[in-house]
Design a protein around this ligand. Sequence first.
Ligand code: G3H
Ligand code: 13P
Ligand code: ZN
Length: 327
Amino acid sequence: MAIVTSTEMFKKAYEGGYAIGAFNVNNMEIIQGITEAAMEERSPLILQVSSGARKYAKHVYLMKLIEAAIEDAEQSAGFDLPICIHLDHGDTFELCKSCIDGGFTSVMIDGSSKSFEDNIALTRKVVEYAHDHGVVVEGELGTLAGVEDDVNVSFEDSSYPRPEEVEEFVSKTGVDSLAIAIGTSHGAYKFTADQCTRNEEGLLVPPPLRFDILEEIARRLPGFPIVLHGSSSVPQEFVKIINEFGGKMPDAVGIPESQLRQAAQGAVCKINIDSDLRLAMTASIRRHFGQHPDHFDPRQYLKPGRESIKAMVRHKLVNVLGCAGKA
Ligand code: G3H
Ligand code: 13P
Ligand code: ZN
């Protein structure tokens, strides 16, 4: 029962005014940090795997590690931890098929760089195969700015989806959820200093998300789950530690948590977080090496790295997503 699709999760999240956290996983420590947080907070969870993660760790390792996390939750806490295993930013039918055949319960087909018609055709093809196999599909409309392994979009080339297009896309493809661009972006540098204002402490304050677009989509498609990508908040305490211990991340800035909380109370049922995991782990490891230059056993620095991820994820589940206690 513990490996599930997101269907039930999204239904409850929509009705309950909260969102499910979708966290990117790449290795054992990241999986353990996230799943231990979800277990302790009795929270439903989406673990997502990018094509880069599959290349780095291999599909089979990630599957087995997630299965181990579920078994561990059952044995150590008697808790049936519900996890949806999701392909993040699938860009071809073949990649989606391989993940469906390999046991994922959800896939994203990201046709957002294609024409509207081509995006519909590709997404429809993935939906047909996925639904035949009991797997759900996330599509994408509009283009987020930012950089990932396989996607690199400048701010000038980013665009918001038109609500009438969203309605047409959902009805023609049969997708189960849809990622839309409303002002979030991938990575740890979501906005340039020019796009932001500064608060009294001199910290960058980004422009607000386009809640007007989100509300219009919710009006046209009541109950339909919307997904927000690029939703790390880039906690400044991590950036500060990284910079203090030899790193160089000037003016890294994310989406304010209050905006994510507001989105989660509306039609947004899935919030994607990767950069904050990277920052939590890197800050912890940099500080560890700064304070213990003689250490060379990976367990000495990966253990606090894992703890840092766990604490960060617990905070998100309770204070940002609102999904603690909902499993
Ligand atoms: O949105 C993309 C995620 O942050 C995954 O990044 O492609 O470097 O694994 P990645
Ligand atoms: P962040 O870079 O903001 O963590 O976004 C991750 C994401 O959208 C994965 O698909
Ligand atoms: Zn994304």
